[in-house]
Design a protein around this ligand. Structure first.
Ligand code: FE2
Length: 351
């Protein structure tokens, strides 16, 4: 589809995936999207670094690797690091998108049937690659109750899960959410590396524009009058230990607030009518701003989990080894902030 006159196509944003009637946004409306296109030589260098890390350390949770990760990431191309740093320092950033990574279809092998089978020899170098990119933003953490506590998790459609509320769904849209909105240890960034994308299957992103909410609702959203339950991607054996504490949906600066909300799992305090109305208002803004971000094979998207929510459009999976496959990692800007959630200082696993 050709872009209209005067409309600049955003890297990674797919006009063709926009729902009919939805106004295409120009760069002025999407100022926090940062992007970098690798040259062929840079892409070869990045792949060589990831393969070398895989050869040396074998597993992404190797303590020697994690101890050196931030140092190794400085071997990424300098111009790329500079672009990532600009995104890291932008307190209104939406995402940092890197295109042009070399992903060898034969090397990664077929898309596995479930995440359980996805930590394959062929795909593991790309887990290292994703962690190298992620290290430009923070330190990786993971969850004991999510994908067996793996540091790098996999997003693949699973048969039988088509209409579920987790990332292995396909026919049902994945509702927008702050990643792990229920937890104070949630990530500052969620990084995704697309290994395979047979169709334009869009990740969705949304954000709150300043001034888009009535002043009264905006004020209420900064107050602890909401609760967010853990989403079903966390497989707690006996449910959460207790009802989560009341939290605010917005926090920090009123100019660039931190957003914490899950469309399906955030509720207003029972009986609090003003909170319920404020929640409805912000859900309306986030629904209206929902934008497609198509990550093609070889594209990395580092989503700012403080500024945006994300989800995914529905699609028809084939379950024949050719489906969409992404590697995913959670990153925190301050590892110490998560210390109460981790059993030891050395582990990256929360829970
Ligand atoms: Fe998510």
């Amino acid at each position: 589809m050709a872009d209209g006159p005067g409309v600049e196509r955003l890297p990674g944003l797919s006009p063709s995936a926009w729902p009919a009637g939805h106004l295409m946004k120009t760069r002025e409306h999407c100022p926090g999207l940062h992007s970098y296109n690798l040259s062929a030589a840079e892409a070869r260098d990045v792949l060589a670094l990831a393969l070398d890390c895989h050869r040396r350390f074998r597993q992404v949770n190797d303590q020697g690797f994690l101890g050196l990760l931030a140092v190794l990431a400085h071997q990424l191309p300098g111009d790329l690091q500079a672009a990532a740093n600009a995104a890291r320092l932008d307190d209104r950033a939406i995402a940092f998108v890197v295109t042009g990574n070399l992903v060898d279809n034969d090397l990664i092998g077929p898309t596995p049937a479930t995440w359980h089978a996805a930590d394959t020899d062929g795909s593991r170098p790309f887990g290292f690659m994703l962690l190298l990119y992620g290290a430009l933003f923070g330190d990786p953490i993971c969850w004991a109750a999510q994908q067996d506590g793996r540091l790098v998790t996999d997003v693949v459609p699973a048969a039988g899960m088509q209409t579920s509320d987790v990332s292995s769904s396909s026919e049902k849209a994945l509702s927008w959410h702050t990643e792990d909105a229920f937890s104070p240890y949630r990530a500052d960034h969620v990084a995704l590396l697309c290994l395979r994308a047979p169709h334009e299957i869009a990740t969705t992103i949304s954000w709150v524009d300043s001034g888009s909410l009535p002043a009264a609702a905006y004020e209420v959203l900064f107050q602890t009058r909401f609760r967010t339950l853990a989403d079903p991607s966390h497989e707690y054996q006996q449910g959460l230990p207790e009802l989560p504490e009341p939290v605010a949906i917005l926090s920090g600066s009123s100019v660039s607030p931190v957003l914490r909300i899950d469309r399906d799992y955030t509720i207003a305090e029972p009986g609090d009518r003003a909170a319920a109305e404020a929640l409805d208002a912000i859900v309306g803004v986030l629904d209206a701003n929902l934008t497609d971000l198509v990550l093609d094979a070889g594209t990395v998207g580092v989503l700012d989990n403080r500024n945006i929510v994300h989800g995914r459009r529905p699609f028809r999976a084939r379950f024949d080894g050719s489906d969409r496959w992404l590697k995913r990692v959670n990153l925190v800007a301050d590892l110490r902030r998560t210390r109460l959630g981790r059993r030891t200082g050395a582990t990256r696993v929360i829970g």
